[in-house]
Design a protein around this ligand. Sequence first.
Ligand SMILES: *Cc1c(COP(=O)(O)O)cnc(C)c1O
Length: 376
Amino acid sequence: MRATPNWADPASHIARHLPDEALHYFSPATLQTTAKRFLSGFPGLVTYAVKANPGEEVLANLWAAGITAFDVASPQEMTAVRATCPGAVLHYNNPVRSAAEVDFARGMGVASCSVDCPSELARLDPLPRTTEVAVRLALPVVGAAYDFGEKFGAPPEAAVDLLREVARMGFKPAITFHPGTQCADPAAWGAYIRASAEVARMAGVPIGRLNVGGGFAAHRSGPAPDLEAIFDRIAEEVATAFPGTPPALVCEPGRAMVAEAFTLATRVKAVRGTGAVFLNDGHYGGLGEIRDIGLGDRVRVLAPDGRLRAGAFTPRIVFGPTCDSLDRLRDPLALPEEIAVGDYVLFDGMGAYSRSLATGFNGYGPKETITVERLG
Ligand SMILES: *Cc1c(COP(=O)(O)O)cnc(C)c1O
C-alpha cells in the first residue's frame, strides 16, 4: 500500500488549512526509499523494530517495500503487525516475558526469541523447538545516544552458558545484541561481532544467525549518516570474526528506518518579551525524546502562507503547551529573529519515537497524520 498523498508538501497543506494543532506529515515514498536502501545494502535479513513507530501506514508501506519480518516486544505489537502484514515473520525480542505472553507468542508462531538469563530461557519451554533462541549479549560499549546494555543482555561469560543451554534444550541457537540507539560509531558493531564469535567458540555451539540489532543512526544534524559504511563494516567484521562458516545476519532498525519519513509540525502560540517561544507541542507530545537525546538542527520555520522564514537565527528558550514547568525543550533552539505568533516550526526527521511516545496530556499532542508526496 502506498496511500495516494493528498498534498504535495507540508507548506501547501499549512498555507491552505492553517492547522492549529500539532501534527505529523508522512511521506510514504521516503519510507519506501529508506526500506529499499536497507534491503539492498544490508548483507542479511532486514527486520523493522515496531516500537519506533507502529502506525498502520508505516507497517503497510514497509511491507509493500519488501520488509517481511518485524521485531516485536508485546502481544499488541504482534497483533498490529499481523493485522496489516498477514504473513509477517515475528521476532519476539523483549527478553522479559510473562507466562501469558509466552503463550500468546506460541499462538502467533513467533520465529525467534531473545533471552538474557537462565530463568527467562526456562520460560520459553512451551515453544516448539523449531524456534530460534538468540542469546542477547551486552558489552560496555560507547558510541550510542544511550546505552541499551544497562537494561538487557548477558555479559560474555554468562552468554556462553546460556548459549549451551539453548542448544541443550533443542532450540536453534543464535546470538543478538543492540549497540544502543542513534549509534554513529561502526566500532560498536565491530566489538560486538568479535565478542559474539568468541562466545560461540567458547560455548562450542555453532550459531545459525547473528542479529546485529538496531541502533543505526538517523539524520539529526550535520551530514546524513553513511549507513552503507556501517553495513560494509559489519560484513567485514563478520567475515574476519567467523572464518569458514559465517552465520546469516539479521538487523532490526527502528529509528533509522522510519525517522526520515515524518516531519512534526508545531505552531507558535506566543513569543514573550524575553524571546521565549511557546509552541503548541512539546515534551509530552511529539518532542518527548528530546530531553534524553537532544535535538538536532533540522528545524525550519514557515510563515502562515507557507513561506520559509530566513534571516538571522538566535537561540531561544522553547516551552510546550501544557501547564507543567517540565514542558520545556532541554536546550535553547536557534529560531529566526522574525518568528511570529501563528508561524509553524517544523521538525524534520521525526518519524521515530515521536508519534509513538506522544501523550494526550492536558489535551495536547499531535493527533493527525497528513500524507504528502515529499517533506521538503
Ligand atoms: C528498540 C529496539 C530496536 C530498535 O532500535 P533503534 O535504535 O530504534 O534502531 C531494535 N531491537 C531491539 C531489541 C530493540 O529493543
